[in-house]
Design a protein around this ligand. Structure first.
Ligand SMILES: Cc1cc2nc3c(=O)[nH]c(=O)nc-3n(C[C@H](O)[C@H](O)[C@H](O)COP(=O)(O)OP(=O)(O)OC[C@H]3O[C@@H](n4cnc5c(N)ncnc54)[C@H](O)[C@@H]3O)c2cc1C
Length: 432
């Protein structure tokens, strides 16, 4: 275990009577719940810009998009939980500034809230397309909030032509849902392959093949050169840099996230594509922390900083911070993992791969839509991508956690059960 020296002026357990959380999303909601689970007896105030209790965003590109369901089904926890656990949730109100010297925040309705510990869980906003012509087009959507999914769903009618800009997880999940609903779908991706930022070329090629089989037209290595918008403010076509014109009835833009760092920046905290935190998730002000999509933290392997956009990351950071705020001193040190659902497949990813890692592909010829990719760094299993085998994923997670040293030939051989490799693996103690 690594013990972290508290910086001068840092919180002690006694000093924290009131935790104020800015942002009532996944990370904020999980932190409030974790604090109570860890018997935090002080006040908790969560201030959220959306007019909702914390809800899950992952169904917005999957089940909730496919089929209209009550918003209440998205909630992370039933509404009454917050009252029962004495968590004050202020909904539909934004924090507009932080007064660090007085330890208080100002809300957009004029109220002032004092804090002992302030947590920034402000997430992010979709990166928008830098093209003014799209500003108020009625059939162009981004996807971050429940109302975006409701708006997009209204246009997903059989036979309509959907153009998805961005071949990342969200774009591909929406493409899969839209094909299931009978739309004609084209995906435009600037990089040479799908999921280029987040998976190996092998996994990218696999998903490209599946989307192709499902009837999605893929335009990788192509950028948008212009949008055609009619006088009625409807987008009618997307023109690519090879002069191809894609006639369009509805468009989804999924080109990434811009972390919401404005508050932190205005308050003079260190910010660089995210709010910079140390291994205890503390910002450059010892009384202010950041978690979730907005937090840029030091990686356990390299010490480089990174920002992750995933639910497990939110949940694990929330738990780590709750431990710190209740007197713990252990740093945040979780192995990242993630999942994506497309058609009948579940992709699960654990660890973070580097381009220099050795790639081992494990493919069972009897399973058309299932395979695994493992990454070895200095002979240790450091990351894995598993398609449609939650059981293998559970074992892969253990291999990555252990940084297991395995025989690459056996790892690639589907006849050798993965669990056998686990029991025979040599594990390397984590570097502390
Ligand atoms: C469509 C979609 C599908 C996804 N699918 C998956 C998936 O399959 N698996 C997975 O692991 N992850 C998935 N994710 C990512 C995951 O949902 C995010 O990582 C997670 O929601 C981030 O939570 P957060 O609390 O950091 O931020 P958010 O959920 O964005 O919450 C931040 C909240 O802070 C509020 N806020 C911001 N500024 C202020 C302010 N000044 N005052 C008050 N409130 C403020 C915002 O309004 C927002 O409600 C998906 C995301 C999307 C959008």
């Amino acid at each position: 275990m690594v013990v972290v020296d508290r910086p001068e002026g840092a919180l002690t357990e006694d000093a924290v009577d009131h935790v104020v959380i800015v942002g009532a999303g996944q990370a904020g909601g999980d932190l409030a719940a974790s604090l109570r689970e860890m018997s935090f007896a002080g006040r908790i105030t969560m201030i959220g810009g959306e007019d909702s209790y914390p809800y899950s965003r992952h169904p917005l590109s999957k089940t909730f998009l496919r089929e209209k369901k009550p918003r209440s089904e998205l909630l992370l926890r039933p509404e009454e939980t917050y009252e029962r656990f004495d968590i004050d949730v202020q909904r539909g109100v934004r924090v507009v500034s932080i007064e660090r010297e007085n330890k208080r925040v100002l809300l957009d309705d004029g109220r002032i809230v004092d804090y002992d510990a302030l947590v920034l869980a402000t997430g992010g906003s979709p990166r928008t397309y830098p093209d003014d012509s799209l500003a108020d087009a009625s059939n162009v959507f981004y996807l971050r909030a429940a109302e975006h999914a409701d708006g997009l769903r209204g246009h997903l009618t059989p036979g309509a032509r959907l153009t998805v800009i961005g071949g990342g997880y969200i774009g591909l999940e929406v493409a899969a849902v839209a094909r299931g609903l009978g739309l004609e779908v084209t995906v435009v991706e600037r990089e040479e392959r799908l999921l280029a930022r987040v998976t190996s070329p092998v996994t990218s090629a696999f998903f490209a093949q599946v989307h192709d089989e499902e009837g999605v037209v893929l335009r990788t290595g192509r950028s948008v050169s212009s949008f055609r918008v009619g006088p009625d403010r409807r987008l009618t076509a997307v023109v690519l840099d090879d002069d191809t014109t894609i006639e369009t009835d509805v468009c989804l833009i999924g080109i990434g996230l811009r972390p919401d760092t404005e508050l932190a920046q205005a308050a003079g905290l260190e910010v660089s594509d995210g709010v910079l935190v140390d291994s205890t998730l503390r910002t450059s002000d010892p009384a202010i922390f950041a978690i979730g999509d907005v937090a840029r933290f030091p990686s356990r392997d390299s010490g480089e900083t990174r920002r992750l956009e995933s639910i497990p990351n939110c949940t694990e950071q929330a738990r780590a911070l709750a431990r710190t705020l209740t007197g713990g001193t252990e740093p945040f040190d979780a192995v990242p993992w993630f999942w994506s659902d497309q058609y009948d497949m579940k992709l699960q990813v654990v660890g973070l791969a580097n381009p220099s890692d050795v790639v081992i592909v494990r493919r069972d010829p009897d399973r058309k839509r299932g395979f695994a990719v493992f990454y070895l760094r200095y002979d240790e299993v450091c990351a894995a991508e598993i398609v449609s085998s939650p059981r293998d994923f559970a074992i892969a997670k253990k291999l990555v956690h252990q940084r297991a040293i395995v025989d690459p030939g056996k790892l690639a051989d589907p006849a050798v059960p993965l669990k056998d490799l686990l029991s025979k693996a040599t594990s390397t103690p984590a570097v502390s």
